[in-house]
Design a protein around this ligand. Structure first.
Ligand code: ZN
Ligand code: ZN
Length: 444
């Protein structure tokens, strides 16, 4: 039996031998960006790769998820290696799909590629013979919480309940046989260095807002109209005025967009749509800010005598990276990049549904470099394909070996005194409890 370090070395060498193919996959996905729950081409590529290396897998989970399974020599904990399939709409991105506007401006193409690379390395070397438990390479849909109108149609059609991929997978029980989860996200930020883990991330709720006014001739009889756009504008001003009441420690982020601002210029807008997140560090902080945002939204309707329909949707839970699991990731990331290139980070203000996973099991979302530009920006690019696709795969694989080698002592150590903040049933009940629609009539 090879030592743990020998096994890691063999797997890294094996992934290295697959480098050209991995870079090819990563770049293929980068050039075919697809929106969440519609990642059909990407999911097919993942499934095809699993087929080629004869790894059992299931497809079509929560629309497009692909879940594979590698069994160790004996029983033990199950570790999921997660890669997100989706892109998002970013105006002006040079690789944006001309029809959908989708672009891989968050680097998820590298995540999926790294999961495939890690699987390849583990299979090629027969590494599972020396591990206990199971590894679940898991390509998951729809981390980016957008395209909301389409997703709500799927909810009405009974295809979805939640609007994010991992909440849907949890709802369907696809994480029921998983004990811990690891994901590596590509970063373009210099302060993230070559690799690192944050302590935590913001959670969020998501809101859709509909102002109903009254259409009228914008030239001859504006006095007969109720301008829904002005109601919305007043609400946006009120939200901005409330920012001074948000406290630094809560890291609140509210960033509304107008998704329908009026249909014809010579008509007083009779209906205007907004969407926003309300993000924060804790559930309490999010709900407190959310109540203020609701007040601001009503204020716009009140001023204009319009109606407003405010729907609050479950978003993502705050992410709390598991410290013990993070240590194992760190050990393996540092082995590759060097201790001086490893960043110990605090709290991050983005949100992810890895937060939801972290509520029900030990989870880590690590970061590794390989990209440049601004995350979610038109200039976000994978610039170091070798690092983004190959090195990420190596760190996923070596971290997995570290956890499950022998009798999976390290994984058992992570689980020893662990108590999840929520059971799966509590998590689902909590998220369902967020769902709420309120109609406020400013003319009443
Ligand atoms: Zn993103
Ligand atoms: Zn992302």
């Amino acid at each position: 039996m090879p030592s743990k370090e020998d096994l890691k070395r063999q797997v890294c060498e094996s992934i290295e031998r697959r480098a050209d193919a991995l870079i090819g996959i990563g770049e293929t996905i980068r050039h075919q960006p697809e929106l969440g729950f519609k990642e059909f081409k990407t999911a097919a590529l993942v499934a095809k790769t699993f087929e080629e290396i004869k790894v059992p897998h299931r497809t079509g989970l929560a629309c497009t998820g692909v879940k594979a399974e590698l069994n160790g020599a004996k029983a033990g904990p199950t570790l999921a290696l997660i890669g997100e399939l989706d892109a998002l709409v970013v105006s002006g991105h040079p690789l944006a799909d001309p029809l959908t506007g989708a672009a891989h401006a968050c680097g998820h193409n590298a995540q999926v590629t790294a999961v495939l690379g890690a699987t390849w390395g583990l299979v090629d070397t027969g590494a599972m013979r020396h591990l206990a438990g199971r590894i679940v390479p898991f390509a998951v849909p729809a981390e980016e919480y957008g395209d909301i109108a389409w997703r709500l149609e799927q909810v009405r059609a009974g295809q979805l309940e939640f609007l994010g991929g991992k909440p849907e997978l949890i709802r369907h029980g696809h994480f029921d046989d998983v004990d811990m989860a690891l994901l590596i996200h590509t970063s373009s930020r210099a302060e993230d260095k070559s690799a690192g883990v944050a302590v935590s991330n913001n959670g969020c709720v998501v809101k859709t807002v509909r102002y109903i006014g009254r259409a009228a001739h914008a030239g001859s009889s504006p006095h007969l109209g109720i301008n829904a756009l002005y109601a919305a504008n007043l609400a946006l001003s009120a939200i901005n005025a409330l920012r001074e009441t948000f406290q630094e420690r809560d890291t609140i982020r509210v960033h509304p967009v107008i998704t329908q601002g009026g249909r014809q210029v010579n008509v007083i807008p009779g209906e205007v749509h907004l969407e926003t997140y309300v993000r924060g560090k804790s559930v309490e902080a999010i709900m407190d800010a959310n109540a203020k945002v609701d007040r601001a939204l009503r204020a716009g309707a009140l001023a204009m005598g319009a109606q407003v329909e405010i729907t609050t949707l479950p978003g993502y839970m705050p992410l709390s990276n598991h410290p013990e699991l993070a240590k194992v990731f760190r050990r393996n990331a540092e082995a590759l990049v060097g201790a001086e290139r490893y960043a110990v980070q605090g709290h991050r203000t983005g949100s992810t549904d890895m937060g939801d996973i972290s509520q029900i099991m030990p989870a880590v979302q690590g970061y590794m470099s390989g990209a440049s530009g601004t995350g979610h920006g038109a200039d976000f690019m994978i610039t170091d394909t070798r690092f983004a696709y190959v090195a990420q795969a190596q760190v996923l694989a070596t971290t997995a070996i570290d956890l499950l080698y022998g009798d999976a002592e390290a994984a058992r150590e992570v689980l020893r005194d662990y108590k999840a903040p929520m059971t799966r049933a509590q998590y689902l009940a909590f998220q369902r409890g967020i769902n709420k629609t309120e109609v406020f009539d400013g003319a009443a």
